[in-house]
Write a new protein. Structure first.
Length: 1223
């Protein structure tokens, strides 16, 4: 059973089942794409330390980088997850905006989503997801969420998180990059791998296990290439192995074991790869070894060492780990700007066209830095008059990286590091990659070179050795920097990384600016030459020695032995070849008697005065003979006593047999007291004899001294002469020797340079051979007859297809083409060849084989060499017979189609391309729509659709339906050029070849038919509506009449009259249904039955107004009730009665009102006049008030009935025209 995971949305928003709901947002920050400045220094300090242990107690963190545009890999990864209680998983998606919520939920397999806050700690067993437009990093094992500043896909979202994860979690970081990230994640995987973590990349189903990934792709840095569904299992095995290792080994134990085996591991690497890592900092190598042990799942260092010795593939993997070098173009932009501003112009000073500017880029990796420097040099070269040659030597020990550098092809992600101007000038876009232009590529020579064992290049103007020096120990650094001094020309420059400097070598280099990492070569001793290859022999340091415990008893004996030696050993002193003391033993104080004056370590000045003469002689003899000298019986007075002393002088030889130091050992003799009395008696008795003997000796000594002086003077003159000759000879020999040594070093450098150039030429020869093979196969596969001719029209080369047109054989190379018989007419072609050589303009014309009736297109082009030199012409013959026949058939088909297209008088025929742009517009379309073909062609198909349909995406839906179903029916209103509309009916059909290449729309104007149908529908609807309304009114009249009458006869009479009045109104409405009913006509019609006999007694007066249909029905009934009442009881029932019916338009409260007045005169009301409220009273007082907001007044006065009706002049009641509603 799969457990439920918590998916945490790391964002400024919170993901729930309905979507994202917004909360606050943090300020914008830029993404982390590489280590620079202080961050790099801190990281390198940590790299150089010995702390390689895991940070146990925290969860393992898996960072999964993927693209939202390719979510299938994430779905497979999540679907394969099982229980991992110690693992947190963070999914970082590029193009997150490409995922809709439904696809995202399906991708995460329905796992529960939970909110996480900024600065929240990482928790084990949870799955995190980064929302779009945010940048995620880690600090102190907590998430840091910020708004991303750059556009999605360009900001390095994956690298930003991966780098910070590696620097926070070390070997507990696991990086996984799926396909589709366009290189984002490469830097992050490199950093994770560098700091001991595990790296995995997706392997597609079409890739094999051994297939190499591109060097700038994440797969090139992965420990494993796996399908997404296998990644969780590999992570689980890795975590289990690391936890097991942590449980069995403390960090100190692991560090000690790995450190003890470093020398052996370095030896294995040197033996199998040829590269020596003995001089690398231990922390760097230890971390890589520990990481490889985790990857291959070995617990013991001894087991890994045995595995390494037996497995060459693991040796290569460890070697590759040690060579992690992810770089980019113009890395550290400030230093490159300083290089461009301060250094590049100086390198060209005093250089002529025959001179060279020589650059050496060490550790060039995949070539980005070498090409970056090349761009700066080429740009400066364009600004100056003199154009010296530029030679860039780019070296590395990673042959894979060098192969990629030679090709010079990089992913599109380099666009964020290079300005658009430089990208357009120095790169050629090929698909999704950028290739370095040829002139920049040919400046660089890429070669394998190891600075520790290969001779350096010489006479260089610039050496770039960036971010490599930090991995060497201090001994190697002290040897490498002087080597650079030797390789640079006077005033050359050294370009180092951010955390590297040459300030310790003040005699060799000085920084060009404070805080700069660019150093200028100082003029040092030209005869001091460095030694190479550099010695990297592993010498154990005190901290490297693994001490073996000693038992307590053995320690006590050793201490007693030391005390015995200190007590009974003779006194001794060690001096160098100049007699300077380098070491004293104990018990030397009795033999010392320093002279007064300045303190010195000269042994002769320090020794007792009684021993100085003999000791000086002994030291001189021992130095000359390189053999031991022994002197016995020397007397030395110590506190008034005579002591006998013996001296032994022995040379000390080093490993090479040379004598560098001397040891002087002092042996004690017997001390005897002297008797003063004896001395006095002996002195008195022998005094005279001694005087005589002394005088005799003095005379002899004087004579001998005089002879010796004369002899010495003569010898001294001879020695002076000889010494001068020897000095002169010695100077000549020294000069010759220095010249020889200089020549030797220069020859070694030149030899190395020649080796490099030879290797580069070898690569270019291979490339040329491959290009020649490709060209040969291309020419043969095209089946195009091609003949290459020189300026004299002699055959240089030809393709096999050319033998079908000319009788050519291999031996014809060098012969004039005119001497070779042709199967086709060639006279015109010869004229074209000569014209092309004169004008350099290409020519083509048709050629027909009269025998086979085969048609060709002959093209004659100038033959241009690589350096744009015209070396002849190229003649190609393309068989166009099938094309000619197809064109003829196409012309005939097009003619038939054009006839139909032009003659379709009632049908508009419109064709478009795949982007809906109109490509054809027939005459009928011009008539129907109003646009000419010139106006319509090129416009979007939406041109003919109404604004409403365009807003509703009707064009898009119609095209989708046509693609899906094969055609789409179009029946809708369309617009003309003048803005009018018409009803169009037709179809839209896709054009395929085999994919959709366009659409054809055929449309007919069906407006009249549509209007007739519409009118018929409206009339039917109106008829149905009126019938329903009429029946409702009749029912209402019948019901109210029945309520107000007492007998059936009265009911029939009243009902008949009211129905008649209603019928008269309906008849008027039927005649003019849309214009309403004239108010005066409505009154006249109702009073028409009484108008003939009482015409002089009835007055009708009022302005011309027209009532709406519903208002006319109601007012017609109301007037009918008033007329009926007047005929029964009022003014129309007596000859004396008079009736005045008037109406007028009034303004009340800024509104227009109609005042209707019914006034009867000459009537004597009797008691028989009905006073009850009947149908008429209800109609006048209630119905009019309800339906039309009318105010009705009834007054049954002495002279007759007066009725006043006030109602608003609104469009619901009146048909307003210029007379009634214009003001």
């Amino acid at each position: 059973m799969r457990p439920q995971w918590q998916v945490l949305a790391i964002s400024r928003d919170v993901w729930n089942v309905d979507g994202w709901r917004g909360v606050g947002c943090l300020p914008d920050v830029e993404g982390v794409t590489e280590m620079t400045g202080a961050d790099q220094s801190e990281t390198e300090d940590r790299e150089a330390s010995d702390d390689v242990g895991p940070a146990s107690g925290r969860p393992f963190v898996v960072a999964l980088g993927a693209s939202g545009a390719a979510p299938d890999g994430v779905e497979k990864f999540v679907g394969a997850l099982t229980t991992m209680g110690d693992v947190s998983i963070v999914i970082v998606l590029q193009h997150r905006e490409a995922l809709d919520p439904a696809r995202l939920e399906r991708m995460l397999a329905g796992r529960r989503l939970t909110r996480i806050e900024d600065k929240a700690p990482v928790e084990g067993g949870k799955l995190y997801l980064l929302e779009p437009d945010l940048l995620l990093t880690m600090e102190d094992h907590r998430f840091q969420v910020r708004a991303a500043k750059e556009q999605p896909g360009l900001r390095g979202t994956i690298d930003s998180f991966f780098v910070s994860l590696a620097e926070n979690e070390g070997d507990r970081a696991i990086g996984v990059v799926l396909k589709g990230t366009a290189g984002d994640g490469t830097l992050g995987l490199a950093r994770i791998k560098e700091l001991g973590g595990l790296t995995i990349a997706e392997r597609g189903p079409e890739e094999s296990d051994g297939e190499a990934a591109p060097t700038d792709a994440p797969g090139s840095l992965a420990d494993f290439l796996l399908p997404p569904e296998e990644v969780p299992g590999r992570i689980q095995a890795h975590v289990a192995q690391l936890l097991k290792f942590e449980g069995q080994h403390t960090f100190d134990q692991s560090a000690v074991e790995i450190r003890a085996a470093l020398a052996q591991i370095a030896t294995v690497l040197r033996n199998k790869t040829g590269h020596d890592f003995h001089g690398y900092k231990p922390g760097t190598v230890m971390r890589r070894v520990q990481r490889r042990m985790q990857v291959v799942q070995l617990d013991e260092v001894s087991d890994y060492l045995a595995y390494l010795k037996e497995n060459s593939e693991e040796v290569q993997n460890l070697f590759n780990d040690l060579l992690i070098g992810v770089t980019r173009f113009f890395r550290d932009a400030k230093e490159f700007a300083r290089l461009e501003r301060e250094v590049v112009p100086r390198m060209f000073e005093g250089k002529g066209a025959t001179d060279q500017v020589r650059i050496w880029v060490l550790g060039c990796a995949t070539g980005e830095e070498a090409y970056s420097i090349g761009i700066l040099l080429r740009e400066h070269l364009a600004k100056i008059d003199q154009t010296p040659q530029i030679q860039i030597f780019a070296t590395d020990i990673d042959v894979r990286a060098l192969a990629a550098a030679r090709i010079g092809r990089y992913s599109k992600s380099i666009a964020k590091d290079i300005s658009p101007e430089r990208l357009a000038r120095w790169f050629v876009k090929e698909g999704e990659t950028y290739c370095v232009v040829k002139e920049l590529r040919e400046m660089c020579i890429f070669s394998s070179h190891n600075i520790l064992k290969d001779a350096p290049f010489s006479r260089l103007n610039l050496i770039s050795y960036r971010n490599l020096l930090i991995y060497l120990n201090s001994d190697l650094q002290s040897q490498v920097i002087p080597l650079f001094h030797f390789a640079l020309a006077p005033n050359g420059f050294l370009f180092l990384g951010n955390s590297e400097n040459a300030t310790k070598h003040v005699k060799h280099f000085e920084a060009i600016e404070p805080r700069s990492r660019i150093f200028r070569r100082l003029s040092g001793d030209p005869h001091v030459l460095p030694s190479f290859p550099i010695s990297v022999v592993a010498q154990p340091r005190r901290s490297d020695v693994v001490r073996v415990p000693v038992r307590a008893a053995e320690g006590a004996v050793a201490r007693q032995a030391d005390r015995i030696v200190a007590r009974f050993a003779p006194a001794y002193v060690i001096v160098d070849a100049g007699g300077q003391v380098v070491h004293f033993s104990g018990r030397m104080e009795r033999y010392l008697g320093p002279t007064t004056g300045t303190a010195t370590l000269d042994l002769i000045n320090l020794i007792h005065r009684d021993l100085r003469m003999d000791l000086r002689d002994a030291l001189q003899r021992a130095s000359e003979t390189r053999e031991g000298v022994v002197i016995d019986g020397l007397k030395m007075q110590i506190d008034g006593l005579d002591a006998l002393v013996g001296i032994n002088v022995e040379p000390i030889k080093d490993g090479s047999g040379k004598t560098r130091n001397l040891v002087v050992v002092f042996r004690d003799g017997v001390v005897r007291p002297s008797s003063l009395g004896e001395i006095r008696r002996a002195a008195r008795s022998n005094f005279n004899e001694q005087i005589e003997r002394l005088e005799s000796d003095l005379r002899v000594s004087r004579e001998r001294l005089q002879a010796t002086i004369e002899e010495l003077e003569s010898t001294n003159e001879e020695l002076k002469s000889s010494n001068e000759e020897y000095q002169s000879l010695n100077e000549e020999l020294q000069s010759a020797n220095e010249e020889l040594e200089t020549s030797k070093e220069e020859l070694q450098s030149i030899n190395e340079e020649l080796t490099t150039v030879n290797g580069e030429l070898g690569h270019r020869v291979n490339e040329l051979t491959r290009a020649t093979s490709d060209l040969k196969n291309l020419l043969e596969s095209t089946q195009i007859a091609t003949v290459f001719l020189d300026n004299d029209l002699r055959v240089m080369n030809f393709t096999p297809a050319a033998t079908e047109l000319f009788h050519l054989v291999d031996s014809d190379v060098g012969r004039p083409l005119a001497h070779i018989k042709a199967r086709i007419p060639v006279e015109e072609i010869y004229d074209s060849m000569r014209r092309v050589l004169r004008t350099l303009a290409s020519v083509e014309h048709p050629v027909v084989d009269p025998v086979e009736n085969t048609r060709y297109i002959a093209r004659v082009l100038p033959y241009r060499s690589v350096d744009n030199f015209i070396a002849g012409v190229v003649v190609t013959f393309t068989n166009v017979t099938p094309l000619t026949r197809a064109e003829q058939a196409l012309r005939e088909s097009e003619a038939r189609f054009r006839a139909i297209f032009e003659s379709a008088a009632e049908y508009a025929v419109i064709t478009t391309d795949s982007d809906r742009r109109i490509t054809a517009w027939n005459p009928a379309a011009e008539v129907i729509f109003g646009w000419s073909a010139a106006e319509a062609v090129g416009e979007d198909l939406g041109l003919i659709f109404t604004e409403e349909d365009r807003a509703a995406r009707a064009v898009h839906r119609e095209i989708e339906e046509a693609i899906k179903d094969g055609s789409a029916v179009d029946q809708r209103w369309h617009r003309r050029k003048n803005g009018s509309r018409f009803w169009g009916s037709g179809t839209l059909t896709p054009l395929k070849d085999p994919d959709v290449i366009g659409f054809v729309k055929i449309l007919r104007d069906e407006t009249q038919s549509q209007l007739m149908d519409e009118r018929q529908r409206l009339l039917l609807a109106e008829l149905q509506h009126r019938v329903r309304n009429t029946l409702a009114v009749i029912r209402s009249i019948a019901r109210l009449t029945a309520q107000s009458t007492g007998t059936i006869d009265e009911y029939v009479k009243n009902f008949d009259g009211r129905i008649g009045a209603f019928a008269r109104v309906q008849a008027t409405l039927t005649r003019e249904p849309s214009e309403g009913v004239d108010f005066g006509d409505l009154i006249s019609n109702e009073l028409g039955a009484y108008h003939g006999s009482a015409a002089d007694r009835i007055e009708i007066d009022g302005p011309k107004i027209r009532l709406q249909s519903k208002a006319a029905e109601t007012f017609g009934l109301a007037i009918h009730e008033l007329a009926t009442n007047a005929a029964k009881y009022g003014a129309l029932a007596t000859p004396k009665g008079r009736l005045a019916v008037t109406w007028a338009m009034n303004v009340k409260d800024d509104s227009r009102w109609v005042k209707f007045s019914w006034s009867e005169q000459g009537v004597e009301l009797s008691s028989e006049v009905p006073r009850r409220r009947g149908f008429g009273t209800e109609l006048l007082e209630r119905s009019l008030a309800y339906d039309f907001s009318a105010a009705t007044s009834l007054d049954f006065g002495a002279g007759g009935l007066s009725c006043t009706i006030d109602f608003p002049a609104t469009k619901e009641i009146l048909v307003l025209d210029s007379e009634t509603g214009g003001k």
